[in-house]
Design a protein around this ligand. Structure first.
Ligand code: F6P
Length: 542
């Protein structure tokens, strides 16, 4: 991979002409309401929509006008976004602090992928096909019935999302995910046969404590039953996997130019390939590759990741909208928000630029979300009437994956209703008029109106997939990967390192020792009282 840093900036972000113009333009929004924008342009939802890779993005319910979009695209150009995208896709050292490329796009480049990628995909296919043909056997000579993925963070979230979306009922073998040690693994093992269970240790570093604790427990469980261990591994640390006695032909490599949260497309996707089948996993890769091609080719005005990223920056940095909700209205996408939390918050949750200079703008937003029909009965009250305005990404599918079309229409009606109501709200006058029609006394109508008013003017995107299948899922996830990169490029953030998580792991190791041997850690007085309380309780319960 060619390794060169991306070019230094001539002008700081806030001093660019486009940023200054956006700051002036922002003031015009104090007098605007989206309801009036739709009155002024009845075709607005058409004028502010874009199709790519069979996905439809309706961004008309955002706090944008044609001028806003023009200035955001101007900002993209002033920040040399096209050059930054090319540097990413060409394998330049965009991960400056670790001096690495970030070439997750090479993993789905098909015949033009690097040789080691194609070789690994072929090995994955051979292994997956053999498992599905019941030609991989445990010590008893019976075929593998269950595959258990032991991994956490990016080593689990991507494949778990893909399985939930595209192969939730996979049999022969069944595929399970365990991320944290203790009860979750114990409960699962109680339902499995050690003679026909294969474990896949999914860990780029092969040093993540949660995964190692689970791997050791699984190995003891399998040995204690009198069976030889049945393990595979996905890792960049092949030596550590061999030291764990995993046979070389069952160690699937990944590389340091693949970030954990960007690794679904690598051998980390093996559990997903096993669940959905290698051909459908290829479809997942192809969907992502189609989005890569769109991302590389289209100008900002017609570039879906660029539009999503720039509009997100506009809300975050000019309206101080620090949070963002991602609400999937498709049953198979319930894991999308948690996958996006790691992707966006581990990529954009930084306080310095990639050169180590303090950030002068807000960086990533706080991402949350959950299945839409449940969220409506949980926190949409705050989204509609709270004092915080939280931009929402609604994600839905037009056609049912397996259910009936009537249910799909019910789901879509709720999705569209929520986004429309967030945009237009309900005025006190409308409410008083409705209450008067219902013969409510004027005094009561006026009193109630205050409680029932919805301010509206709350932005949202709606992303519509044709149906939830591997290809549309691949395009959707690549879209969000590139949205994340767009924001990092404009803000000058390194989206591909995660130094903020290292210290927590180290401190946890020292505190675990203190908890085990009952000492009070001088290294961390903040925990001393908690550990003392723990030790007292432990002594009482001996
Ligand atoms: O949270 C830190 C992190 O390194 C993530 O980036 C990564 O996805 C996860 O932990 C698991 O790491 P590994 O794959 O090395 O076990």
């Amino acid at each position: 991979m060619a390794m060169t840093d991306t070019a230094p900036r001539s002008v700081s972000l806030k001093r660019t002409p486009a940023w200054r113009a956006l700051a002036a333009h922002r003031r015009t929004w104090n007098a605007r309401h989206l309801r009036n924008e739709f009155f002024a342009d009845p075709q607005r939802s058409v004028h502010f929509s874009l199709e790519a890779c069979n996905l439809l993005l309706d961004y008309s319910k955002n706090l944008v006008t044609a001028k806003t979009m023009s200035l955001l695209c101007q900002l993209a150009r002033e920040r040399s976004l096209a050059e930054r995208i090319k540097a990413l896709l060409d394998g330049k050292r965009v991960n400056a602090s670790e001096k690495r490329a970030a070439l997750h796009t090479a993993l789905r480049a098909g015949s033009s992928a690097p040789r080691e990628v194609r070789k690994t995909l072929a090995a994955m296919r051979t292994f997956s096909d053999a498992l599905k043909a019941r030609k991989i056997f445990g010590a008893s000579g019976r075929p593998v019935s269950d595959v258990v993925s032991l991994g956490i963070g990016g080593s689990a979230l991507g494949p778990a999302l893909a399985v939930a979306a595209c192969a939730p009922d996979a049999e022969s073998p069944r595929v399970h995910f365990v991320t944290t040690p203790g009860e979750p693994l114990t409960r699962l093992l109680a339902t499995l046969d050690p003679a026909t269970t294969l474990f896949i240790v999914q860990s780029k570093s092969f040093t993540t404590q949660e995964t190692l604790l689970n791997s050791q427990a699984a190995r003891e469980w399998q040995k204690a039953s009198g069976n030889s261990i049945l393990f595979a591994a996905v890792t960049a640390n092949v030596r550590a996997a061999q030291a764990f006695a995993i046979p070389a032909e069952r160690i699937f490599p990944m590389w340091d130019w693949v970030g954990g949260r960007y690794s679904l497309w690598s051998a980390v996707g093996l559990p997903a390939m096993i669940a959905m089948g290698a051909d459908r996993f290829d479809e997942l890769l192809a969907g992502a590759a189609a989005m890569d091609a769109h991302f590389a080719a289209e100008p900002p005005e017609r570039n879906m990741p660029v539009i999503l990223g720039m509009v997100g920056l506009w809300h975050a940095n000019f309206f101080n909208m620090d949070a963002r909700a991602v609400i999937p209205y498709e049953p198979g996408l319930e894991l999308l928000p948690v996958w996006l939390q790691q992707l966006e918050m581990e990529s954009l949750g930084k306080h310095v630029t990639w050169r180590g200079k303090p950030l002068r703008t807000d960086s990533g937003t706080i991402v949350f979300g959950s299945p839409g029909l449940e969220a409506q009965h949980a926190y949409f009250q705050m989204l509609h009437q709270g004092t915080h305005s939280v931009p929402v990404d609604f994600v839905a599918c037009c056609l049912p994956q397996t259910g009936d079309s009537k249910t799909q229409e019910f789901i879509l009606a709720n999705c569209f209703a929520q986004s429309s109501l967030l945009m237009r709200g309900t005025s006190a006058a409308e409410i008083e008029s409705e209450l008067a029609t219902a013969n409510t006394a004027p005094h009561d109508a006026s009193r109630l109106a205050a409680h029932q008013t919805l301010p509206g003017n709350r932005p949202s995107n709606t992303l519509l997939l044709p149906v939830l299948d591997p290809r549309s899922l691949g395009a959707l996830l690549a879209l969000y990967e590139h949205r994340t990169f767009v924001q990092s490029a404009i803000l000058d953030i390194n989206a591909f390192d995660q130094w903020g998580v290292v210290r927590g792991k180290t401190l946890a190791d020292s505190l675990q020792t203190a908890l085990s041997d009952g000492t009070s850690p001088l290294s961390d007085p903040a925990s001393a009282g908690l550990i003392q309380h723990f030790n007292t309780l432990k002594r009482k319960n001996r």
